[in-house]
Write a protein that binds this ligand. Structure first.
Ligand code: HPA
Ligand code: ZN
Length: 359
């Protein structure tokens, strides 16, 4: 049986961090545009743009209470992880058929290719679909087919990471893992997302141990400024034995955690624009501190259709906040390639390209 999600807390009145969202020069910057990119923290359901949402709703005979794309966007009101998640889950209810999942992933792959993203590891949330009656096969087959077609058409490489929803019971996650076993060739690794409050990594220790034994790579969200955040990062590192951490920026508060990240070469997938929406600011200073300490920090877009920025805009926002040099931008992409789960030949080719681009 599934458990109910916690009720959503009251939203804050203001939107802290909004003022820190620097107006970026992403579009017009030739260095950023040409930079070969690698994205490691991207929820495919979070790439559902208002236009596609309306089109899929119409195709599926659903009536949404929005006249147009602007109205969809105008209804977005979130300033915390839980308030974002309410709209994220509601939005994805238009995804029903294999073709819907195909169209979603095809749209992201086209945008990523346009931003010179060469390689992406892409989260999907199967439980958010199976819990409302969509078959696991429908989800994974539509996404995989779109990524295969994109690879053939443009060379963009996208691979899937199955995320468990941490606000559901561990038993549901385990059942989902078992459901995924026949699709192992299509799924690189597993992750953990959704509402972190009261849902520590430990809750999923058995699920992740089984996933490891089945040959999956492991990552998990340690979202920004959560209750017991540094303890959650410690559990991810010492109990779960993750290969990397999504967000994880609060590690900077604890020298022991930083030491562990450095010793084990474990990277962090940070998401500056999303940080600025759901927490107090982009956490640019913390990201820079970690980068300077040698932690393999990367820059990613999280849920770009909701947070209004794909990876180029995230790089531009961070660069503008910190006056990052071109060499530092190349370093961020090198970090991403290094901590990715791409085969060595793909990594070597991308690293060589980045070296040439930086020089
Ligand atoms: N954190 C947790 N859950 C999520 C996120 C995130 O950044 N995006 C989509 N689901
Ligand atoms: Zn995320």
């Amino acid at each position: 049986m599934q458990e109910q999600r916690d009720p959503v807390p009251e939203q804050r009145e203001s939107t802290p961090g909004e003022e820190e969202r620097a107006s970026t020069t992403a579009e017009s910057d030739p260095f950023l545009a040409g930079l070969p990119k690698c994205e490691l923290h991207l929820h495919i359901e979070g790439t559902l743009e208002p236009g596609l949402k309306l089109a899929l709703a119409a195709r599926n005979g659903m009536v949404l209470p929005y006249a147009d794309e602007a109205a969809v966007r105008a209804a977005y009101a979130f300033d915390s992880l839980p308030s974002f998640l309410v709209q994220y889950y509601e939005g994805m209810s238009v995804l029903r058929t294999e073709q819907d999942f195909y169209d979603l992933a095809a749209a992201y792959a086209a945008r990523a290719h346009a931003q010179n993203v060469r390689y992406a590891e892409i989260f999907f949330d199967p439980q958010a679909h199976t819990a409302r009656g969509v078959a696991f096969d429908t989800v994974v087959r539509g996404l995989t087919r779109a990524l295969d077609d994109a690879r053939r058409a443009t060379g963009f490489r996208g691979h899937l990471i199955l995320c468990f929803l941490r606000d559901f019971q561990a038993e549901f996650a385990m059942a989902t893992l078992v459901q995924a076993l026949p699709y192992k060739d299509w799924i690189l690794g597993v992750g953990l997302d959704s509402d972190e409050k009261g849902n520590p990594p430990l809750k999923f220790a058995q699920v992740f141990a089984r996933a490891r034994a089945e040959g999956f790579r492991l990552t998990m969200h340690c979202d920004i400024d959560q209750e017991n955040t540094t303890e959650h990062i410690r559990q991810a590192l010492d109990v779960i034995g993750v290969d990397r951490i999504d967000h994880g920026t609060n590690a900077v508060e604890d020298p022991e955690l930083v030491e562990k990240l450095l010793d084990r070469g474990i990277g962090l997938t940070t998401c500056p624009i999303s940080n600025g929406v759901v927490t107090e600011g982009m956490k640019a200073a913390e990201i820079k501190q970690l980068l300077d300490l040698g932690v393999k920090v990367t820059v990613n877009s999280d849920d770009p259709a909701y947070f209004d920025g794909y990876v180029t805009e995230n790089l531009a926002a961070l660069r503008d906040a910190l006056s990052l040099t071109d060499a530092e931008l190349v370093r961020l992409e090198r970090n991403a390639v290094e901590i990715s789960w791409a085969p060595p030949a793909v990594k070597d080719a991308l690293l060589a390209e980045l070296d040439a681009y930086g020089a």
